[in-house]
Ligand binder design. Structure first.
Ligand code: NAD
Length: 366
């Protein structure tokens, strides 16, 4: 069967540096579109603070509708001091939760890969991180962040208490574990499932279900690790990992830890996947402190476009082209301010985008 060649992408530039980095990412998307002879329609819409300004809500109905009808969503970032004092339910960040739950984005994929030229930007020693290439697969719509009952109440004796529920159903575990095994097949075929099975029954169940499912993925190696040990191993010997599969809360913490191994927040892309929808975004926020100053690093968003081609548009090569273009531009000693070091040449957001675009233009397509 021939591959689909026409796509609809919804783009939410958002706030702060969001529009700046998205603009560079779209430049790259257009180059790949033309190289592969695709037809990509782009619909831009406001979310976050921009959505609030336009309609009084951070996730306007029309924006959500566009996301629902798209093959994929590309998001810059949301938030900023301007909206810090408005009602919690209308804060820009609520748009993210709304998008995740409305689009059923239950799997969050965060690669932590170190580019050779940036090895010395890591806080860890060169030998610990050189060659690092791992992927955290975090469950995103279940577990303790969503479990019921939850709240704060008062017992009969007047003692106040707060409580949350850590609950995972078998289908929820199976669908996220499938994603981890499937992506591992395209990588180094190794999954480490992270839990706290020695203390929490719900994650003991998680371990049991993942182990059962593994019988359908005998070509992939499966190991299990307790979360406290994993947090330690990530700084001791992170290269032992290929794919880390874990729950919502453990993944929240471990993926931030893993991302910092690579140096800068401005370098890291992410994908959030569901049965029908997918959203791609840099892991950083709207960085209001540097917005509008040509200081933002656009590479995380550009790399997110690579993930979009890989996971939503059924094209593997653009992700490799983008990664190798980034590697080659960094290898020439070009840096944005956040990754700047002695002897390197500092460029602005737009110039970095232009340089990656030039590199990509040089790549031949078979
Ligand atoms: P942040 O990620 O925006 O910034 C943290 C630090 O990293 C800042 O010093 C910033 O200048 C720097 N930085 C971030 N991205 C960069 C880039 N691409 N290039 C160079 N430097 C970069 O986090 P924050 O300051 O805690 O939050 C700012 C706003 O963003 C808040 O309103 C927060 O709620 C929001 N936020 C949004 C998202 C999202 O949209 N997904 C994620 C996190 C935070």
């Amino acid at each position: 069967m021939s591959k689909k060649t026409e796509f609809n992408i919804t783009v939410f530039p958002g706030d702060g540096i969001g529009p700046e980095v998205v603009q560079e990412a779209l430049k790259i998307l257009r180059i790949i579109e033309s190289k592969l002879g695709l037809k990509i329609s782009i619909n831009e819409a406001p979310v976050g603070g921009a959505g609030y300004e336009a309609t009084g809500h951070p996730l306007p109905d029309a924006s959500l509708e566009l996301a629902r009808n798209a093959d994929a969503v590309l998001l810059g970032a949301v938030g900023g001091p301007k909206w810090e004092n408005i009602d919690f339910s209308l804060r820009p960040e609520r748009a993210l939760l709304g998008l995740r739950s409305s689009l059923g984005l239950y799997a969050n994929l965060r690669p932590a890969r170190i580019f050779p030229a940036l090895v010395d930007a890591s806080t860890l020693k060169r030998e610990v991180v050189e060659g690092l290439d791992l992927l955290v697969v975090r469950e995103l719509t279940g577990g303790i962040y969503f479990g019921e009952p939850r709240g704060v109440d008062t017992l009969e004796d007047g003692t106040r208490r707060g409580f949350n529920t850590l609950v995972y159903s078998e289908p929820e575990i199976i669908r996220i574990a499938r994603i981890a095994f499937d992506v591992a097949r395209k990588r180094n075929k190794s999954v480490c499932s992270v839990d706290k099975a020695n203390v929490l029954e719900s994650t003991g169940f998680w371990r049991e279900v993942v182990t059962d499912l593994h019988s359908s993925y005998s070509d992939v190696e499966l190991s299990h690790m307790y979360v406290d040990n994993c947090a330690m191993q990530l700084v001791r010997n992170p290269k032992q990992f290929d794919v880390i599969l874990t729950t919502n809360m453990f993944g929240d913490i471990l993926s931030d830890e893993a991302s910092m191994l690579t140096g800068s927040i401005g370098m890291l892309p992410s994908a959030s996947l569901g049965e029908k929808h997918a959203m791609y975004e840099p892991i950083h926020g709207s960085a209001p402190d540097i917005a509008g100053q040509e200081l933002a690093n656009p590479l995380a968003t550009i790399l997110s476009v690579g993930m979009m081609f890989k996971y939503s548009l059924d094209r593997e090569e653009p992700n490799e082209w983008i990664e190798s273009a980034v590697e080659s531009v960094l290898g020439q000693g070009v840096r944005t301010a956040d990754i700047m070091s002695d002897g390197m040449k500092q460029v602005g957001t737009k110039e970095m985008g232009d340089l990656i675009a030039e590199e990509l233009e040089k790549r031949n397509v078979a």
